[in-house]
Write a protein that binds this ligand. Structure first.
Ligand SMILES: [Zn+2]
Length: 242
């Protein structure tokens, strides 16, 4: 039992990997011990707010998939992000494109919707100085997470949503396997780049994200290769067959 079921929302089970449950507490205690209890509590709340943004993102993917008749039994939240488990990944490029693109769009739209109300409520100084120094700056912090989530997920490489968008576009002019390989290889390339940057900047979280991207990119490639193998589709560079 590695995941805990939190609640059910719009027909989807929302689960959290056990490491995710410790994340708000970990950050709360870490910042609390370093900068005092008030900062620790704001760090705890910030992690919860990020959780809400990630959940909204995954729910948008899920609802779009459901509209195409794809069953989405659950969303699992991991410390580095969420995963909506779909019963199948559509082989129709148009469907995959739409399911992938709505996630980042959710974060951009949420940011667009909250921009002026929060600017007015928090004040210009706080809004443009996200930190944990005060409550207004903590809310600003949560706001800026959204465009970051949106842009990060649009990186055109697996396992980011942008990788699925790229595969969908490529799959209209080449085989699915070849499109997956290109997108997954780009994922490996970005993973190496992020890992090196993580070491260069001494940014542990970035190095960790890099390892996650690397693993996910390879597993997506293997998964599709295995499916193609089962379907006896050997001609991965030839023209698409019906
Ligand atoms: Zn997404």
């Amino acid at each position: 039992m590695s995941s805990i079921r939190l609640f059910r929302l719009l027909g989807v089970d929302v689960k959290a990997h056990w490491t995710f449950v410790f994340l708000p507490l970990f950050f709360g205690f870490f910042y609390g011990a370093s900068y005092g209890a008030a900062v620790g509590f704001r760090a705890f709340v910030l992690v919860i707010l990020v959780f809400v943004c990630v959940l909204g993102h995954e729910l948008t993917h899920s609802l779009r998939a459901k509209a195409f008749g794809i069953r989405v039994p659950q969303i699992t939240l991991y410390p580095i992000g969420g995963v909506a488990s779909m019963q199948r990944i559509p082989r129709d490029p148009r469907q995959e494109f739409l399911i992938a693109i709505v996630g980042p769009l959710f974060n951009f739209m949420l940011a667009a919707l909250l921009y002026f109300p929060l600017l007015w409520l928090l004040g210009r100084d706080n809004f443009f100085s996200p930190s944990l120094d005060s409550w207004p700056r903590t809310f600003a912090n949560a706001f800026w997470i959204n465009p970051i989530l949106g842009f990060f997920n649009l990186i055109p490489a697996f396992p980011m949503d942008g990788g699925r968008v790229l595969r969908a576009i490529l799959a209209t002019r080449m085989t699915y396997l070849r499109a997956t390989r290109i997108s997954a290889n780009l994922g490996t390339l970005f993973a190496i780049l992020f890992f090196l940057l993580g070491i260069w900047w001494r940014h542990g979280m970035l190095a960790l994200i890099a390892i996650f991207i690397y693993t996910a990119a390879s597993s997506e490639k293997n998964q599709v290769q295995f499916e193609e193998f089962l379907e006896h589709r050997w001609e991965d560079d030839g023209p698409k067959k019906g």
